[in-house]
Design a protein around this ligand. Structure first.
Ligand code: PAF
Length: 284
C-alpha cells in the first residue's frame, strides 16, 4: 500500500498506472474508518485494478466548528484497516495541499436536491462536499467512485455534480452497513455515551416500522407515529423525518404509482448528529 501526502506525487503515480490501462476505483473518506468504509474499498477492489482511498477531514463541509474539532481521528488504525482490505493507494493531504490559502467552498446548484433535508439543517454543507469531491475527482480521475447510501443525499448530490461538471466517472452507491442492533455504521457513533448508544437502535427500528406502515397508513399518520416515538425518548431528539421521492428527494404527501420512495431521518443524541434512511417498498 502506497501512501501519498502530496498531490503531484499521487498524480505522477496514477498517470503511470493509467498508461498501463489500469482501472482506478476511488473511495473518499474522512477517516475514522469502520466496516462500512471497508465495504466500499472491497467493492472498488472487485471492479478495478487499483483502489485509491483519501483520508481528509474536509473543513468546508462542517457548519459547526465544534463538529469539525471533535471529528474522530484514528489515522494509525485507519491505515491498518486499509492494508487489511488490500487498498493500493492512500492519499492523506493537508488542508493547505488541497485548498492552498483559501479554505472556502465553490457554489453549486444541484437542481434543488441540495436544499432538502440535510441542506435545510446544515447550511453550505453540500457546497463543501461537492468542492472537495470535485477536487479529488480531478486529482485522481478515477473510472469509478464509491459512496455509501447512509449519506443518500450526498450520493445524489455527487451524481449531479459528475453530470453537471462533465466529470467522466461512474458514481456508485453501496448499501448501508449496520451494527448488529441496526444502528447505521458511522464514524460519529464512537462519540455516543453508553446510554445514547443503547438508545440509538430506535432510529433504524423506527425507519423499519415506517416502512412496514407505508402500504397501509396515511403518510401524515406515519409522520405522527415517528414524532411520537422520539417525543417519548429522553436521549434522542428528532431533527427531521421525511418521506421523499428517491431521485429528486422532494418530500411527498401522497405516493404515485411507478415512483420510488425513501424515508430519511436525522436525530441528535446530545451533540452527536445521526442520520439514516430506508427504501420504502410500495406495493401498488
Ligand atoms: O462522506 C464523507 O465522509 C464525506 O462527506 C466525503 C464524501 C469523504 C467528502 O469529504
Amino acid at each position: 500500500m502506497q501512501i501519498f501526502e502530496k498531490k503531484n506525487a499521487l498524480i505522477n503515480c496514477l498517470s503511470i498506472l493509467k498508461q498501463k490501462n489500469k482501472q482506478i476505483g476511488f473511495v473518499p473518506t474522512m477517516g475514522a474508518l469502520h466496516n462500512g468504509h471497508l465495504s466500499l474499498v472491497e467493492e472498488s477492489n472487485k471492479n478495478n485494478d487499483i483502489s485509491v482511498v483519501t483520508i481528509f477531514v474536509n473543513p468546508t463541509q462542517f457548519n459547526k466548528e465544534e463538529d469539525l474539532k471533535k471529528y474522530p481521528k484514528t489515522l494509525e488504525n485507519d491505515l491498518k484497516l486499509l492494508k487489511s482490505v488490500q487498498c493500493d493507494i492512500v492519499f492523506i493531504p493537508t488542508v493547505e495541499e488541497i485548498y492552498s490559502t483559501k479554505v472556502v467552498s465553490k457554489t453549486y446548484s444541484f437542481d434543488g436536491i441540495e436544499h432538502q433535508m440535510e441542506g435545510r439543517f446544515r447550511d453550505g454543507h453540500f457546497d463543501g462536499v461537492a468542492t472537495i469531491v470535485q477536487a479529488f475527482l480531478e486529482i485522481v480521475k478515477p473510472n469509478r467512485a464509491y459512496f455509501g447510501e447512509k449519506d443518500y443525499q450526498q450520493l445524489q448530490v455527487v451524481k449531479k455534480l459528475a453530470e453537471k461538471e462533465n466529470l467522466s466517472v461512474k458514481v456508485i452507491g453501496c448499501p448501508i452497513f449496520r451494527e448488529n442492533d441496526g444502528l447505521a455504521m458511522s464514524s460519529r457513533n464512537t462519540r455516543l455515551s453508553e446510554n445514547q448508544r443503547n438508545a440509538s437502535p430506535l432510529i433504524y427500528q423506527t425507519l423499519k416500522n415506517a416502512s412496514n406502515l407505508i402500504n397501509t397508513t396515511k403518510i401524515a399518520n406515519i409522520y405522527a407515529f415517528v414524532k411520537d416515538e422520539f417525543d417519548n425518548n429522553e436521549l434522542l431528539e428528532l431533527e427531521y423525518f421525511t418521506i421523499a421521492e428517491q431521485e429528486s428527494l422532494q418530500e411527498v404527501s401522497t405516493l404515485q404509482i411507478g415512483k420510488k420512495y425513501r424515508a430519511f431521518i436525522a436525530v441528535n443524541a446530545g451533540n452527536v448528529r445521526l442520520i439514516d434512511n430506508i427504501f420504502l417498498p410500495i406495493n401498488k
